[in-house]
Every structure is written in C-alpha cells, then in structure tokens.
Write a protein that binds this ligand. Structure first.
Ligand SMILES: C[S@@+](CC[C@H](N)C(=O)[O-])C[C@H]1O[C@@H](n2cnc3c(N)ncnc32)[C@H](O)[C@@H]1O
Length: 205
C-alpha cells in the first residue's frame, strides 16, 4: 500500500472535531473487527455533503456492503431514497438492522444480487455510487450511464487503488481502474479527490 496523503496531514484531518452518531460508530467498529473495507469517515462525509448539495431523488449504490456508505446517503436525504445493492444476503440483512437502529429504513431500498444487473432497473439516477468489484467499474458505467438523470453525479471509490494505478501499472485491477479513470476523464467532467484510496466525482460534460 502506497501512501497517498502525508501521514501527519492525515493525522491532523482525523483529529478535527466530528459528528457523533452511535450507529455510525457501531458500524465502524464492526468494519474494524471484521476487516471489512468501508469508505471511512472522511469518504462518508463527502457522500453526505454531496447529497445535501444535490438534493437527489434517487441514489443507487453498487456494492453496499453492510450499509456504511449508504447510511451517509440516507442520513443526508431530504426526499427520495437510496438503493443499496450487494451480492450477499448477510451484508444486506446487517444493513437493514443498522438502518433500523438509525431510524433510516424509510429512506432506503435493499436489494440482493448483481449490482450491474439490478442497477439497470432504475432510471433517472441522480447519484450513482460505484463500490463493487474494481474490475467491473468500466463495464458498470458503460451500462448504467444511460440511466443517469440529466445532471446525474457519478461517485467511485478506490480509483487510486492504494496508489497502484501510479506505481504498479501492470497490476490487473490497477490497469482496469486506470482505463475507468481515463474513460471518466474523457467522457465526463471528472476529478479525483485523494481522500483515502481516491474518490472520483464526475458529471456529464
Ligand atoms: C468495498 S465493499 C462495500 C463497502 C461499502 N460501499 C461501504 O463503503 O460501506 C464492496 C461490496 O461490494 C459487493 N460486491 C462486489 N461486486 C458486486 C456486484 N457485482 N454486485 C453486488 N455486490 C457486489 C461485495 O459483496 C462487498 O460487500
């Protein structure tokens, strides 16, 4: 794993005062205990901010895990819903439990199955969040882009892939992510924020 942000800067960022939400904290503890990769507090707060600014009617998450990223979307939603999709029943059931505890069940829809397949059922997606298998990012956007609303936003996590897109260009996943990033920069107005593992934001040109 390569260091994307200077360690001291990262420490400073983590030391700033933060929101307290017992369910969020519980989810972070679950992730740490089970070594489950989540977008993390800074990434989650970015999802929250974008949702507040955008005021979307429909958010679709591809690869929801046990609901941590979805929780930030749901918490920020004023209207509409977030669709959480994951392959694993176990993850989605856990997400339902956490959402229930956070009183957010009415903001969410839970789906089990392949996110690329299920995602296609939704039209006019205002925020499409990609956090599924990295090798499927390019396929996912190419299939789902027609389902985005006019000013839809794409958010993709892990696009720097622990720095491997820069330092291990021959790595199979790094290659696919590099192709995805290039596609997003050519066809969309995109930026990559070096938060944690790299988060890409894109809108139609
Ligand atoms: C990195 S974890 C998701 C973390 C979550 N987004 C968060 O930040 O809290 C990736 C998840 O995607 C799921 N997944 C991977 N490929 C998928 C696919 N094609 N369809 C549905 N789920 C998928 C895995 O089961 C795993 O739970």
């Amino acid at each position: 794993m390569y260091q994307i942000i200077n360690t001291e800067v990262e420490k400073y960022l983590k030391s700033l005062p933060d929101i307290e939400d017992p369910v969020m904290r519980k989810m972070e503890e679950y992730a740490a205990k089970n070594d489950f990769p989540i977008i993390g507090r800074e990434g989650g707060k970015l999802l929250y901010l974008i949702t507040k600014i955008k005021n979307p009617s429909l958010v679709v998450e591809m690869g929801s895990g046990f609901g941590y990223s979805g929780y930030f979307f749901a918490k920020a939603l004023k209207k509409g819903k977030v669709v959480l999709i994951d392959y694993l029943d176990r993850n989605i059931n856990l997400a339902k439990d956490f959402f229930k505890e956070g009183n957010l069940l009415d903001k969410a829809q839970f789906r089990v199955g392949d996110a690329v397949q299920i995602g296609q059922e939704y039209k006019n997606i205002d925020i499409l969040f990609l956090d599924l298998e990295k090798v499927r990012y390019l396929e996912a956007i190419q299939i789902l882009e027609k389902n985005l609303s006019e000013d839809g936003i794409i958010i993709a996590d892990n696009v720097l892939y622990q720095g491997k897109v820069v330092f291990e260009k021959e790595d199979r996943k790094a290659k696919v992510l590099d192709s995805f990033n290039r596609y997003m920069f050519e066809n969309y107005f995109s930026v990559i924020l070096p938060i944690r593992d790299g988060i890409l934001l894109g809108v139609k040109k």
